[in-house]
Design a protein around this ligand. Structure first.
Ligand SMILES: Nc1nc2c(c(=O)[nH]1)N[C@H]1C(S)=C(S)[C@@H](COP(=O)(O)O)O[C@H]1N2
Ligand SMILES: [Mo]
Length: 201
């Protein structure tokens, strides 16, 4: 009895965090920077966040207007497809529910667009229901430009490439369309618990 019990706890680890780390991932204490290009620096006076459909703008917020929306502080575990995970990262931002409600959104998919041209695709169901945010603070401080400041998408339940840095808005789509990494063979959905790293996984 005590042997079984000890073995069970041993596999879970002293901190009990293994159940929070998806297969093929290891935990890092650092915060690596992964960017496909240079860090864009758009002045906040020119910054907007827009919800668009078929090229038309449904709704747009200035930086001041976005910062005036209700914000939430929360912790999340993040999982990069290059196999690092970081536990208990602390963020503050506006729920995507708030943004999409405000725009009267109804669509099956979104594609985030960013300064610098990066895009990534997600089902609307994955960016609503309290599972995605436009975050502007990390660990109690304004988000570093290298990590996507002034604001990035955060969708912690999917691989971290879905968390678009320097986000400027979303396009509402009726069907799924690949974004930047997805056109290079990364998975259209990217569930870290199913190791959906590449197309066909
Ligand atoms: N705009 C933009 N967003 C991006 C990326 C990028 O290159 N450009 N890289 C993605 C990838 S592959 C990862 S792993 C994370 C890295 O975020 P970090 O640099 O804050 O760790 O951002 C994602 N969002
Ligand atoms: Mo990544």
């Amino acid at each position: 009895m005590s042997f079984v019990s000890r073995g069970f706890h041993g596999r879970r680890g002293a901190a009990g965090t293994e159940t929070r780390v998806p297969p093929g991932q290891h935990v890092t204490a650092g915060f690596p920077v992964l960017s496909a290009g240079p860090t864009p620096r758009t002045p906040l006076t020119e910054w907007t966040f827009s919800v668009r459909r078929q090229g038309g703008e449904l709704r747009s917020w200035s930086w001041a207007e976005l910062r005036a929306l209700p914000a939430e502080t929360f912790s999340a575990d993040i999982h990069c497809v290059t196999r690092w995970s970081k536990l208990d990262t602390r963020w503050r931002g506006v729920s995507m529910d708030t943004v999409l409600d405000g725009a009267g959104a109804d669509a099956a998919y979104v594609r985030a667009f960013c300064d610098g041209g990066y895009t990534t695709n997600l089902p609307v169901a994955d960016v609503t229901g309290g599972r995605a945010w436009v975050v502007h603070e990390y660990d109690g401080r304004p988000l570093d430009p290298e990590h996507g400041g002034p604001a990035r998408l955060l969708v912690p339940h999917l691989y971290f490439w879905k968390s678009a840095k320097w986000i400027r808005g979303v396009d509402l789509l009726d069907h799924d369309e690949p974004g930047f990494w997805e056109t290079y063979g990364y998975h259209m959905y990217g569930d870290p618990w199913k190791e959906q790293r590449y197309h066909g996984d």
